[in-house]
Design a protein around this ligand. Structure first.
Ligand code: GAR
Length: 204
């Protein structure tokens, strides 16, 4: 399976995918290209270090959003990938791209797809209301915001006194860096299908 990974920032999720391909946790998969909307994204460096083609397609270089969207899709199409992986890609995916890549775009989201920061409210730097569990969701992308069919989720404990930064790191380490590579491997090995808006995983 050929994949494109879209990034905007540090690229720790991209790194988790690169490492999982290297150590055999993800099989039958090759990263064709890493695309960033942000020229300064450290994720681009990670791609280059791993010998992967890395390109920046920035909305700032286009006169309109429509022109950016059109060229983004054109460039993406030129790589002929089977799956587009949004690994911290902070750009709204245009409907035309969703249509062309129906059930072929996956995203990692740092919560159970609720509203607010990690689905939780923050008050004076700490997480409000004493919520005990959060997590991450890997899902297919549809026209809504974080509403597409869910592939995998993993719960993470919220500890007393957690700041958003401490919790973010724990959610990445314990959930994001695991479920995204796992979802890619399941898809690469033909074990994921979508029926009536629900993901069915062939458990084998
Ligand atoms: C991750 O926490 C990811 O879940 C989040 O951006 C971060 C990217 O980190 N994605 C979203 O918020 C998408 N709605 P990374 O660049 O180190 O992988």
């Amino acid at each position: 399976m050929k994949i494109a990974v879209c990034v905007s920032g540090g690229g720790t999720n991209l790194q988790a995918i690169i490492d999982a391909i290297d150590n055999g946790t993800i099989t039958n998969t090759q990263i064709e290209v890493v695309i960033s909307n942000n020229a300064d994204a450290y994720a681009l460096e990670r791609a280059k270090k791993a010998g992967i083609k890395a390109v920046c397609i920035s909305p700032k270089s286009y006169e309109s959003r429509a022109a950016f969207n059109e060229d983004f899709l054109k460039q993406l199409n030129s790589y002929h990938v089977d799956l587009v992986v949004l690994a911290g890609f902070l750009v709204v995916i245009p409907p035309e791209m969703i249509k062309q890549y129906r059930n072929k775009i996956i995203n990692i989201h740092p919560s159970f797809c609720g509203t607010g920061y990690y689905g939780l409210k923050v008050h004076e730097g700490v997480l409000a209301r004493g919520v005990k569990v959060t997590g991450a969701t890997c899902h297919f992308v549809d026209e809504g915001t974080d509403t597409g069919p869910i592939i995998l989720q993993k719960a993470v404990e919220v500890k007393q006194g957690d700041t958003p930064e401490v919790l973010q790191r724990r959610v990445m380490e314990q959930a994001e860096w695991k479920i995204m590579p796992h979802a890619i491997d399941l898809i690469a090995n033909g074990r994921v299908s979508v029926e009536d808006g629900h993901v069915i995983i062939d458990e084998k």
